[in-house]
Design a protein around this ligand. Structure first.
Ligand code: PLP
Length: 431
C-alpha cells in the first residue's frame, strides 16, 4: 500500500485534487470497493458517476470477456465490427427521438469535441454558447466552452467565438423560492447573449441537463422548454451533454426526458459501459451525413470490448429498470438528507435528480461557501468507509452519485455516516 502511494508521488502526474485519497483501491464489486488492506468502502461516487450498473457487474464482465477472447482491436472505422453495429442500434432505440446515428470515441471530452466539430460543419457557423458553471472536459476546445474559472486557470486564452449565459442555479439566484421565474430569466438572458454578444453565427448551444461538476445544479422544470423556444427562434442547434447524466443516473435513461425537450445531438460517456472507456455522440441522419470521408476518426473509438460491455450494460439497466430505482432511491436519500438539514445550519440546500445528489454547504445566511468544510466532510466519510465527491463552482457541494443498484439500507449507512461527519466538523476547534 505504502509502495503504491510512494510510486504515485514519484511517477504519476496527479493534476486535480490537492492530495489523492490516501488509500489504494484493490478490487470492487457492486456498491463496494476494497483497499489493499482488505477494508471495505461503500462507494457513493461510482468513479465519478461511471459504474451505474455497479462495479464489476457480472453481465458486463461476461460480455467483455467473451469479446476479448475474439477481438480486441482492429479499428472500428476501417472495418465492420459486430458489437459496434449492435451498440449503435441499441443507442438509436434508447436515445431521444430521431437521434439514430452515433460516432464512438473513448472519453467525454473527445465526444464533445466531435459533436462541436460536426455542429460547425453542418451549420456552417462557428460560434458556441455554453452555461456559467458548466463543465465539458479538459481539452482546450472543451475548456473553451467550460464556464468555470477554477477549471480553466492558467490555460488561457481559450478559443474565440464562445459566449456564456447564466445557468438556472435558483438557489443562488434572486429567485430562490421561484425557480420557474429564474428559468424564464435565464432564457431571456440567453436571448440577450445571442443578440448582444455573438455575431449571430452561432452553431450550437451546449448544456448539461443537470450541471454535475458545477455542483449538481438541477434546472427548474420549465427551463429547457424556455431555452428551446429561444434556440428555435435563432436557428441554433442544441447539444445535450449527458456525459454525466446519461444512462439512468437521474431516474430516466437520459436526463432531458424530465424536461420534455429533444436535443439535436446527444453526447454520452461515463455510464455508457460501466467503467470500460467509451463515449459517443448521437444525432439525426441529416446532421451525421455532413461528415464526409476523411472528416473524422478515432483509432481506439468504438473499441469492440467496450462496445460489447456497453451493450450488456444498457440491457442490464433496462432489464432491472435501474432508472426507476434511481428515481425512487434518490428521493429516499434526499428525504433522509433533508431530515439532517433541519438540524444542521451548515446545509444550505439538498438537491438532485435521481441518484445525482448534491448537498451544498454554506457558512451563513449570505450563503458563504463552506468549501473547506465540504472537503472535511468527504475526508471524515472516507475514514468511516464511505466514498463521496466534492464539487461545485465554489467547491462546497458534497456529491452522492452511487451505483444505481444501491439499496435503501446502504443509503441509510451513507446518510448516517454523513450526519456523523457533519457533527465532527461542526465541533468548535479545540484551543
Ligand atoms: N462533460 C461532462 C458533463 C462531464 O461531467 C465530464 C467529466 O466529468 C466531461 C464532459 C468530460 O469527460 P471525460 O473526463 O471523460 O473527458
Amino acid at each position: 500500500m505504502i509502495d503504491t502511494i510512494q510510486k504515485y508521488k514519484d511517477y504519476v502526474m496527479t493534476g486535480f485534487v490537492k492530495s489523492v485519497a490516501p488509500i489504494v483501491i484493490d478490487r470492487a464489486s457492486g456498491t463496494s470497493v476494497w483497499d489493499a488492506n482488505g477494508r471495505e468502502y461503500l462507494d457513493c461516487f461510482s468513479g465519478i458517476s461511471v459504474v451505474n450498473a455497479g462495479h464489476n457487474s457480472p453481465r458486463v464482465i461476461a460480455a467483455a470477456k467473451a469479446q476479448m477472447d475474439k477481438l480486441i482491436h482492429c479499428c472500428s472505422y476501417l472495418y465492420h465490427v459486430q458489437p459496434v453495429a449492435d451498440l449503435a442500434e441499441k443507442i438509436a432505440q434508447v436515445a431521444p427521438r430521431g437521434l439514430t446515428k452515433t460516432f464512438f470515441g473513448n472519453g467525454g471530452a473527445e465526444a464533445i469535441e466531435g459533436a462541436m466539430k460536426l455542429a460547425r460543419l453542418y451549420t456552417g457557423k462557428h460560434e458556441f454558447i455554453a452555461l456559467h458553471g458548466s463543465f465539458h472536459g479538459r481539452t482546450w476546445g472543451t475548456l473553451s466552452i467550460t464556464g468555470n474559472q477554477s477549471r480553466k486557470k492558467r490555460g488561457g486564452p481559450y478559443a474565440p467565438g464562445v459566449s456564456f449565459a447564466p445557468s438556472p442555479y435558483a438557489y443562488r439566484s434572486l429567485w430562490p423560492n421561484d425557480p420557474e421565474h429564474c428559468a424564464r430569466h435565464c432564457a431571456k438572458c440567453l436571448d440577450d447573449v445571442i443578440r448582444f454578444e455573438t455575431s449571430g453565427d452561432v452553431a450550437a448551444f451546449i448544456a448539461e441537463p443537470v450541471l454535475g461538476e458545477g455542483g449538481i445544479v438541477v434546472p427548474p422544470k420549465n427551463y429547457f422548454c424556455e431555452i428551446k423556444k429561444v434556440l428555435d427562434q435563432h436557428g441554433i442547434l442544441f447539444i445535450a451533454d449527458e456525459v454525466q447524466t446519461g444512462f439512468g443516473r437521474t431516474g430516466k435513461m437520459f436526463a432531458l426526458e424530465h424536461y420534455g425537450v429533444e436535443p439535436d445531438m446527444l453526447v454520452t460517456a461515463k455510464g455508457i459501459a460501466d467503467g470500460f472507456p467509451l463515449s459517443a455522440f448521437t444525432t439525426r441522419p441529416e446532421i451525421a451525413a455532413t461528415y464526409k470521408p476523411g472528416d473524422h476518426l478515432s483509432t481506439f473509438g468504438g473499441n469492440p470490448v467496450s462496445c460489447a460491455a456497453a451493450l450488456a450494460n444498457i440491457q442490464f439497466l433496462q432489464d432491472e429498470d435501474l432508472p426507476a430505482r434511481a428515481a425512487e432511491n434518490g428521493e429516499y436519500a434526499m428525504q433522509k438528507l433533508r431530515e439532517i438539514q433541519k438540524h444542521s445550519p451548515l446545509i444550505g440546500e439538498v438537491r438532485g435528480l435521481g441518484l445525482m445528489i448534491g448537498v451544498e454547504l454554506v457558512r451563513d445566511e449570505k450563503l458563504t461557501p463552506a468549501n473547506s468544510e465540504a472537503e472535511a466532510v468527504r475526508d471524515a466519510l472516507l475514514r468511516q468507509g464511505v466514498l463521496v465527491g466534492v464539487g461545485g463552482v465554489y467547491g462546497n457541494v458534497v456529491r452522492f452519485q452511487p451505483p444505481l443498484i444501491i439499496t435503501q439500507e446502504q443509503i441509510d449507512r451513507a446518510v448516517s455516516a454523513f450526519a456523523t461527519a457533519l457533527a465532527t466538523i461542526a465541533q468548535p476547534a479545540s484551543v
